[in-house]
Design a protein around this ligand. Structure first.
Ligand SMILES: [Zn+2]
Length: 231
């Protein structure tokens, strides 16, 4: 095989290897925890905590209502039992009942407001829970895809590197090294010749160069120094 063609093929493999290595790096960096899922989890925890606090407030208010209701019943029982004869004592008891009833009214108002807040908090928890489920499902699906892509890229890279090895073994080590040094310096070591033009620097090649390219020796572009390859 033509030496320039062999180096050109080596270069094509190198380009593919580089591209797959970059893709592998990108995929690997995306494998792991999701910031969106973590944030949603933290929000859910905080909302659940608020809900628990509100429910506790609701229970306290309900307990206080029960307590004052019991007190009202006891006071009214005494008031209407006929056991108390003193008008002064009766008036004082009546006043106590009124006071308890006013207190119960305020407690009921407070309880209603807390119940309203509990309902809002429950709705927020349900919404975040559902969002978290969606995010988690999406994240799992992505992670599965990424893991598959990683496996695919690793296999492709192993295959490409094996091909590179096989191909480079057919070329003198010094020539491979020369190619690698050139590639490191210029990005592209081997340039195609099309219509008498070096595709590396887009300059028309002198006839002598074109003649030499047709042989089996390595010819470098007199303008950019790249190895010329006539397809
Ligand atoms: Zn050139």
């Amino acid at each position: 095989m033509n030496l320039a063609r062999q180096l050109y093929q080596l270069q094509e493999l190198d380009v593919e290897i580089e591209s797959d290595e970059q893709a592998l790096k990108r995929v690997t960096s995306q494998i792991g925890e999701s910031q969106a899922v973590l944030e949603s989890q933290a929000r859910l925890e905080s909302e659940q905590q608020s809900l628990e606090e509100l429910k506790h407030q609701q229970h306290t208010a309900e307990w206080e209502i029960d307590d004052v209701t019991t007190k009202i019943a006891a006071a009214e029982e005494s008031l209407f039992s006929g056991r108390i004869k003193s008008p002064k004592e009766l008036a004082s008891l009546q006043q106590e009942v009124e006071m308890f009833k006013a207190r119960r009214g305020r407690l009921e108002e407070k309880a209603l407001s807390v119940i309203d807040q509990v309902e809002q908090a429950e709705a927020a928890v349900a919404k975040t829970n559902s969002e978290l489920k969606t995010l988690t499902a999406e994240w799992r699906r992505q992670q599965k895809q990424l893991a598959e892509e990683k496996t695919r890229l690793q296999a492709a890279l192993a295959d490409l590197k094996q091909k590179w090895q096989q191909l480079s073994e057919q070329v003198e080590p010094e020539t491979v090294e020369f190619y690698q040094v050139l590639r490191k310096g210029k990005g592209t070591a081997v340039a195609r010749v099309e219509q008498g033009i070096c595709r590396g620097c887009r300059i028309s090649l002198p006839t002598t160069d074109l003649q030499r390219v047709k042989g089996n020796n390595l010819v470098q572009c007199s303008s950019c120094g790249r190895i010329l390859f006539l397809a």
